[in-house]
Design a protein around this ligand. Structure first.
Ligand SMILES: C[S@@+](CC[C@H](N)C(=O)[O-])C[C@H]1O[C@@H](n2cnc3c(N)ncnc32)[C@H](O)[C@@H]1O
Length: 205
C-alpha cells in the first residue's frame, strides 16, 4: 500500500459510495444546493466524454462509473474502493474493474491508449500529483483529466469538510481549475471542455 492510499480516504469513499451519484443528480443533500446551470453542465460533460474516440482506456479512480459509462472502446476502471467498484460493476457489467492504487497502477508500460480520470487529480496534493502523472504516462500515451472549474464561491485550493448522509465528517483536499492553467500544469494539452462547473483537458496523442 502506497502512502497515498490512506485509510481515511478509503473510509470516506467507501462510506460515500452509495450516495456519491447524488452529487451529479442533485439528490439528497445536493437537492438543497443552489447550482445554476448544473444539470446542463453535467449533460455537456457526459457528451464531451462520449465524444472521445474509442480507445483502450483506463479510467483511474472511476468511482461509481458515472462518467465511465460514456467512454467507448475497451474500458477498464480502477479504484481503491470496493464499494465504489461494486456500483460501477453493476452499472457496466461488460467493463473490467480492478481494485488498486492510482499512484502505483497495477498495469504494464503502455498497456492502454488513454488514461482518463475524473475528479481525482484535483484531490492530489503535491508529490502525489507528480507521482500520478508519471504513472499515467507510463501506462498510456494520452491523458484526459476532468475536474471542477474555478468557482466564485471557492478558493482555488481548499481543505473542505464533507458531511455524509449518516452525519459522518471527513476532511478533503480539493482544487478548482481554469482549463488553460490545467493544460499548462499537465505539460501542455487541449482544453476539450470549459464550463461554469467542469473542465476537461487532453494531453498527449
Ligand atoms: C471524487 S471520486 C471521483 C469518481 C469519478 N471518477 C467521477 O468523476 O465521478 C474520487 C475517487 O477516487 C478514488 N480514489 C481516491 N484515492 C485513490 C487512490 N489512491 N487510488 C485509486 N482510487 C482512489 C475514490 O475511491 C473515489 O472513487
Amino acid at each position: 500500500m502506497s502512502p497515498w492510499h490512506d485509510a481515511a480516504t478509503k473510509e470516506y469513499y467507501d462510506t460515500r459510495a452509495p450516495e456519491y451519484d447524488e452529487w451529479y443528480l442533485g439528490l439528497g443533500r445536493f437537492a438543497e444546493r443552489e447550482r445554476p446551470g448544473w444539470d446542463q453542465a453535467v449533460r455537456a460533460l457526459e457528451a464531451a466524454v462520449a465524444s472521445l474516440a474509442p480507445a483502450r482506456t483506463l479510467d483511474v479512480a472511476c468511482g461509481t462509473g458515472f462518467l465511465t459509462r460514456h467512454l467507448s472502446g475497451q474500458v477498464t476502471g480502477l479504484d481503491q474502493s470496493e464499494r465504489m467498484l461494486a456500483i460501477a460493476h453493476d452499472r457496466l457489467p461488460e467493463a473490467r474493474f480492478v481494485q488498486g492504487d492510482a499512484i502505483q497502477l497495477p498495469f504494464g508500460d503502455g498497456a492502454f491508449d488513454r488514461v482518463f480520470t475524473g475528479h481525482f487529480y484535483g484531490h492530489l496534493e503535491p508529490g502525489a500529483r507528480e507521482a500520478f502523472l508519471a504513472e499515467a504516462a507510463r501506462v498510456a500515451p494520452e491523458l484526459v483529466v476532468v475536474d471542477s472549474a474555478v468557482r466564485p464561491d471557492h478558493e482555488r485550493v481548499e481543505w473542505q469538510e464533507r458531511v455524509l448522509n449518516d452525519g459522518s465528517r471527513f476532511q478533503v483536499y480539493k482544487r478548482y481549475f481554469d482549463g488553460d492553467e490545467l493544460a499548462a500544469e499537465l505539460g501542455g494539452g487541449t482544453v476539450l471542455l470549459a464550463s461554469d462547473w467542469f473542465v476537461m483537458v487532453a494531453t498527449g496523442d
